[in-house]
Each structure stands twice: as C-alpha cells, then as structure tokens.
Ligand binder design. Structure first.
Ligand code: ZN
Length: 184
C-alpha cells in the first residue's frame, strides 16, 4: 500500500477529493470501477489486471487494481491535457510531492511533470520527472513515499538530498528558470 491509495468500497467506487486553484477544498467526485478501462501496455494481459481512469473533474490519472480493491492517483501535471479536459479542480493531496507539483505548475504552467508508472501494485513508483517542452531541462526527483527527503538529479546537478518542500521548490525553480533564460 501507498499512503495515497484509496480503498475501493463494496459498491466498486472511491472518492477523488478536490481543491480549487487556490487550494480551497472543493466537491469530491465519486469514481466507479465500472467506468475504468483495461491497461495493457504491451499487448500482454496482466494478472491480476490493472485498470485506468481519468477523473473528469480534475484530470487525475488513476491506476486501479480491482482485485486488491485499491485505486492509486498519479501525481502529475500536463497543462495541455488539462485544458483539453477543461477541468475545474486539482486533486487535493497532502503529500510533499503534491505541494511541489502545485507550486511549480503555478509558477511554470507549461512544465511537464510525470510520475513513474508501475504495472503491479507493489511496484515502486516514487520517481518523478520535471521537464520543460522544447528544452533539454529534465530533473528527476525520487522519494519512495512522496514525502521528504527527496533525491534530486539533473544534468549539471550532482545527486542532491533535499529535506524540505521549500528547498525542493526553490531548487527546481532556479534550475527551470536558468534553462528558460539560456534558451531565449
Ligand atoms: Zn478528481
């Protein structure tokens, strides 16, 4: 189990909790296993199967293991995808990495933030990649549970251990701002 995991109830549903852009709690959306799609990345049938669903109200990409009754949200940011979905909310999450994603997506709306995808429920997925489109800016951030401390790696940055959210936000902001300047 992962701290962000949501149990699926007997009716086959779980809640996606939301906040608005200013962080104010907003109405949740109840998601249903019946609405999920099978996830079969390599044309191989997974046993037990993993399914996926994107929340229509915040755009969160959920990974679902129905046989384990677990739904797990990905913590990501993709502004193009969000505009295409015309989403109203952000997912409300208290993890340190969620605060970092929120702060950086406000500061650099075009930043792309992707989380590692595991096929299996026990796979380690505590890896994130921050990048800027059309640049070679790429930062890797690692934390097994999504909370501090984080290990940060980027071209020109030796592997660094960062122990607070503010420090991580500042480090990535400076790196991204530096790359943006260089490319202008
Ligand atoms: Zn949602």
């Amino acid at each position: 189990m992962n701290v962000n995991d949501m149990p699926i109830d007997d009716a086959g549903s779980w809640l996606c909790t939301h906040a608005d852009d200013s962080g104010k709690p907003s109405p949740s959306t109840r998601l249903q296993v019946d609405d999920t799609a099978e996830w079969r990345p390599f044309e191989v049938e997974l046993r037990p199967p993993r399914r996926t669903l994107r929340c229509p109200d915040c755009g969160t990409y959920w990974r679902i293991w129905p046989s384990d009754k677990v739904a797990r949200p990905s913590i990501e940011w993709n502004v193009a995808q969000r505009s295409a979905l015309a989403t109203k909310y952000r997912r409300d999450s208290r993890l340190d990495i969620s605060q970092v994603v929120d702060a950086l997506s406000h500061r650099f709306p075009t930043i792309m933030i992707l989380q590692q995808q595991g096929s299996w429920i026990a796979d380690d997925d505590g890896l994130w990649w921050f990048s800027l489109p059309d640049t070679d800016c790429r930062i890797q951030v690692e934390s097994m549970n999504g909370d501090c401390p984080f290990l940060v790696e980027a071209h020109g940055i030796a592997r660094l251990r960062v122990s607070t959210v503010d420090e991580l936000i500042r480090l990535i902001s400076e790196y991204v701002a530096g790359v943006s300047l260089k490319d202008e």
